[in-house]
Write a protein of this length. Structure first.
Length: 256
């Protein structure tokens, strides 16, 4: 388990600092008022506008500070050898200590309240992975499956907004995607350990009531997307103006 981000801007800030130090050494070695020296001075001014900025320096310190606690949480929850109650209890005890510390720190720093609120909200589901082997510690594999799914169906359908297409046709698309085998003749469902049923067996497990409810949900979802797409294409003001014009036209027709 890795942190979901690298400290890119912190590293960039430090790199600016080192480059500026090297440039200032080079400036001393150049002839006075020469073109190379003028260019280096311009670069020094440009880099100094970043590395000497007090607000940026403060942000860099804050990011490094909060990242330290984030990495600690990752190290607590990361994959540990073995399974079972003893392993779960060990991880949960460490997590409780961490949560207690964050609560104490949150009294003086509001940012830590975000950590405590998230941990408390999802606490009951954090430790099942240590009890059961079939529950993964992260959703990385599933996200990779969805990413591959989007790539394939974007090529097939030509839809720019893949999520919208999946919302309309997702269930059938997932079924077809299951035919996509790798070199070991395994589908994505096989690799995820999901029971692989044929279409008839899957359809037989769905009641008429469930099917009808889902069909109505899909119809409502499509109508919402139509409105959202139209607003995005026309803009808020033009869309509202068109609604007003249509309403006025309807009133005039009925009034006439």
């Amino acid at each position: 388990m890795q942190a979901p981000f690298g400290l890119y801007y912190v590293e960039l800030f430090k790199r600016y600092w080192h480059v500026r130090t090297a440039i200032r050494k080079c400036i001393k070695l150049c002839d006075a008022d020469s073109e190379p020296q003028k260019t280096l001075i311009e670069l020094d001014v440009l880099l100094s506008s970043v590395v000497s900025d007090k607000a940026i320096k403060e942000l860099v310190k804050k990011i490094e500070y909060y990242n330290h606690f984030f990495i600690r949480l990752c190290n607590i929850l990361k994959d540990v050898p073995g399974r079972g109650k003893a392993v779960r209890d060990q991880v949960e005890i460490r997590a409780k200590r961490y949560l207690t510390e964050m609560k104490n720190r949150s009294k003086n720093d509001r940012e830590f309240k975000k950590i405590t609120s998230r941990l408390e909200k999802y606490w009951n589901g954090l430790f099942f992975t240590y009890d059961f082997e079939y529950i993964p510690s992260t959703n990385n594999d599933l996200e990779s499956f969805i990413k591959d799914f989007k790539k394939i169906w974007k090529r097939i359908t030509g839809f720019y907004n893949v999520n919208r297409w999946i919302s309309f046709h997702g269930p059938f698309a997932v079924y077809l995607f299951n035919f996509h085998k790798n070199d070991d003749d395994k589908s994505p469902f096989d690799l995820l350990g999901i029971e692989n049923l044929d279409f008839g067996a899957i359809a037989g497990k769905v009641s008429i009531e469930i099917y009808e409810n889902e069909r109505l949900k899909q119809i409502n979802l499509r109508e919402k997307y139509k409105i959202r797409l139209e607003v995005n294409q026309k803009g808020d003001k033009e869309y509202l103006d068109a609604l007003v014009r249509d309403f006025e036209s309807e009133v005039n027709i009925k009034g006439g």
